[in-house]
Ligand binder design. Structure first.
Ligand code: AMP
Length: 392
């Protein structure tokens, strides 16, 4: 029987999962990938095989049912036992958004580590509690299954101190109010993958443009700067998140417009970004096909901010050897890539239009001073790799 590693990414209303073979290949081999969505109101379950073909689906649940993380995990484990009898899950690796200052690499979970990570919930209130709920639930359902936490912040712990500090009083900085950076598992995957494409490259900006979006400056495979800071709301405008914004706006809304903390949180994380600006959708595909001028303006703002941060990250790197696009928009939208790259002639970047339309991997012209790549990210694979390493 083959050994497998279960990868879990638990959110507020969904649990995404994948199973990888626990073999020795550098890149763990995907067996299945699936998700349980709509936990709170209208659950649906779907699984695809390694080729991306749907192999099972369930949409009918008893009317009005809501599933807890524990019930959803139990369903997933039962499904794996029943339908993947040839693969025995020997460990679970979790995506955990925040590892704080202490956890700078993946770690095996025990009672002490779980308690530590729960303390960090206020730093990532929309993600960490759900990550931890899944970990606790799985520990109850399968107490003998080793569990590993893999952090979105860990890859950024190599950033120089000046990149991590806010200009705040020392006592606040020392108590952990500082820039952490996120999407680290994605950036780490790209950093490992890039030498396959461009072994000579030293200074890279990776644009992870998805429904959550950020950019990272990587030198010699290590993060030195990123657009997300203390929380996942900083940096680029995203599907529904503001991105970086003058904190004075928050003060004004609270003092003069009657916003309380909950309303501010909703505004910053759920009502803004592409959705707020366009009034149409949080999905870039909808905006690119919409005739609404506000949709066009939302795309303009997004592209402008990508360009602005690219300038900042290039300065942090003292120059640029490669630009990489990844995640939903970065991997799938030739139009956004074109709109960004067409304004990078000052860097000597020139796009190969055909390669861009075809999705790369290299989308820059042969005479481009700096190569531009499209590299699909794979956070689940990175989690499987870390989990394997920690257990060995
Ligand atoms: P992710 O969070 O990485 O899964 O990215 C999801 C986002 O990618 C969606 O919300 C879409 O806005 C975007 N996306 C996916 N496919 C395309 C496409 N063909 N063109 C533009 N945007 C896309």
């Amino acid at each position: 029987m083959e050994q497998g590693i279960l990868v879990i990414n638990a959110g507020s209303s969904s649990i995404k999962f994948a199973v990888f073979g626990n073999g020795d290949s550098l890149e763990p081999e995907l067996r299945v990938k699936g998700q349980m969505e709509g936990l709170a109101s209208d659950p649906s379950f779907q699984v695809k095989n390694a080729e991306g073909r749907k192999i099972d689906q369930r949409d009918e649940w008893p009317h009005g049912s809501a599933l807890s993380h524990a019930s959803a995990l139990r369903y997933i484990l039962d499904w794996l036992r029943e339908k993947m009898g040839q693969t025995q899950v020997v460990a679970a690796g979790h995506r955990v958004v925040h590892g704080g200052l202490v956890y700078d690499r993946a770690v095996r979970l025990d009672a002490r580590v779980i308690a530590d990570l729960e303390q960090l919930a206020p730093l990532a209130p929309l993600h960490q509690p759900h990550n931890m709920a899944a970990i606790r639930a799985l520990a109850e359902i399968a107490p003998d299954l080793p569990q590993v936490a893999c952090f979105d912040t860990a890859f950024h712990r190599t950033q120089p101190r000046v990149a991590q500090l806010f200009a705040l009083p020392r006592a606040l900085l020392d108590s952990g109010v500082r820039r952490y950076g996120f999407h680290g598992l994605s950036y780490e995957y790209i950093a490992h993958k890039l030498p396959d494409y461009a072994p000579e490259v030293k200074r890279v900006v990776v644009a992870h443009l998805g429904s959550g979006a950020s950019m990272c400056a990587i030198r010699d495979g290590k993060s030195i700067e990123s657009t997300m800071g203390f929380t996942t709301v900083d940096g680029l405008p995203m599907g529904t998140r503001t991105g970086g914004m003058d904190p004075g706006v928050v003060l004004y809304l609270m003092q003069d417009r009657g916003y309380d903390v909950k309303a501010i949180e909703k505004l910053l994380y759920k009502e803004s970004g592409l959705l707020g600006l366009s009034g149409v959708s949080n999905d870039m595909r909808d905006l690119l096909t919409s005739t609404d001028p506000h949709a066009a303006e939302a795309v303009d703002v997004f592209v402008y901010q990508v360009l602005k941060y690219l300038g900042a990250l290039t300065a942090a790197l003292d120059g640029l050897d490669a630009l990489v696009f990844t995640a939903g928009i970065g991997e799938n939208s030739p139009e956004i890539r074109e709109r960004v790259c067409s304004r990078l002639e000052w860097l000597g970047i020139r796009l190969d239009q055909t390669a861009n339309q075809q999705g790369g991997p290299r989308i820059s012209a042969v005479d481009s001073a700096i190569p531009v790549w499209v590299i699909p990210t794979n956070e689940e694979s990175m989690i499987a790799r870390h989990t394997r390493q920690v257990l060995r």
